[in-house]
Ligand binder design. Structure first.
Ligand code: PHE
Length: 359
């Protein structure tokens, strides 16, 4: 007769001594596996008398259950111990600040351009682009600045090597206005475009950098007048600065490519040395604009008796500085990551009129 109690004590003791999960599993196989000891004893029951078989069967089942229970209990203990050990090893120092290892930001220039596109895009403008290395014709002549025009001198032009200002010279474009010309030459009115991009002038001090960004707007259609220009700028500036009560004033000015021309001032306050857009009784100049000069339309094969238009141009850095309180123009181009960390924008916050311009 099998001594179930002795066998049970032996196996349970072995199970309890198992030092890890692998050892425990090998004990399970030795006792209860297909070729295991207890399984072997069960197989031999065939040779017993019915009486003995019943008794032995019950005893062996009891033994099997005792071993299984012991294995389950030991398994839980070992798993708990393993988890505790892992947790102790993987401890997190919660006094450390969370610092993403590599975080790119969107440069304020790109952000400002994206915001302008969001606003003006909603107003029906589409995006146009042109080359940064321009020819004299598109940068000057077609914009009503023939070779001897004094306005050319005002533009501090960079000429490409070997070019000196004769007709056909190549220049770094001094403004985004040549994109107007390229668009009017290649598209039929009505036209409604904005062209943001890099521009270049040989000038460098606290408020000028040799490379800077402009955005140009152009609308050509029938019966377009200065009221449309003023309304368009007002809507744009109110959305851009998020100030619904912004006032603007148009001051007469001169650009060869617009007639009449105006400079636009935006209402502001300078009280206590702090500049606030949209309040107070002061004015701050922010952009140039006007009705497209009929001679420019003619140069682009558009009949000025049938079509009129307006254009405006503004400095992107200047708008970004005003909106985001960036004090120094030159820092835009230093490539200093600390500056970018401070003034940059989250890449996933795309400006839009429904989602908001900047967060
Ligand atoms: N191109 C002009 C400049 O750079 C700005 C401007 C654009 C003025 C369009 C009027 C109309 O000074």
């Amino acid at each position: 007769m099998i001594d179930v109690n002795a066998l049970s004590d032996k196996w349970v003791a072995e199970v309890e001594a198992a030092s890890d999960l692998a050892a425990l599993d090998s004990i399970r196989v030795t006792a209860l596996g297909k070729k295991g000891e207890i399984t072997g004893m069960m197989k031999q029951m065939g040779s017993l008398s019915p009486e003995e078989r019943k008794e032995t069967g019950q005893a062996l089942n009891k033994l099997k259950n005792a071993i299984s229970d012991a294995i389950d209990a030991r398994k839980t203990d070992l798993e708990d111990a393993e988890l505790d050990a892992r947790l102790a090893q993987e401890s997190v120092d919660i006094s450390q600040t969370v610092r993403p290892r590599r975080k790119g930001t969107i440069h304020p220039i790109s952000q400002t351009v994206d915001e302008m596109i969001a606003i003006l895009g909603e107003m029906g403008f589409t995006l146009a682009e042109g080359p940064e290395v321009e020819d004299d014709y598109h940068n000057f002549t077609a914009l009503n600045m023939p070779a001897d025009h004094p306005a050319r001198q005002m533009q501090d032009t960079f000429y490409m090597n070997g070019h000196s200002g004769d007709e056909g010279s190549l220049v770094l474009r001094t403004h985004t206005s040549p994109v107007q010309i390229r668009t009017m030459l290649s598209e039929k009115p009505p036209i409604r475009i904005i062209c943001p991009g890099r521009t270049f002038r040989c000038d460098s001090d606290a408020t000028h950098t040799p490379m800077f960004n402009q955005v140009e707007g152009l609308v050509i259609g029938k019966d377009i007048h200065m009221g449309h220009l003023k309304g368009c700028l007002l809507d744009f500036l109110r959305a851009f600065f998020n100030e619904p009560n912004i006032k603007i004033q148009l001051r007469p000015s001169y650009f060869p490519f617009t007639e009449p021309s105006a400079e636009v001032d935006i209402g502001c306050s300078r009280q206590g040395g702090e500049l606030k857009i949209g309040e107070g009784n002061d004015w701050l100049e922010i952009l140039g604009c006007g009705m497209v000069n009929p001679r420019v339309l003619e140069a682009c094969n558009i009949d000025p008796n049938e079509y009129q238009g307006f254009a405006f141009g503004m400095g992107i850095e200047r708008l970004a500085m005003l909106k985001y309180g960036i004090p120094d123009l030159r820092t835009f181009f230093d490539g200093d990551v600390r500056w970018l960390d401070h003034y940059g924008f989250d890449a996933l916050d795309q400006p839009s009129m429904v989602g908001g311009l900047s967060r």
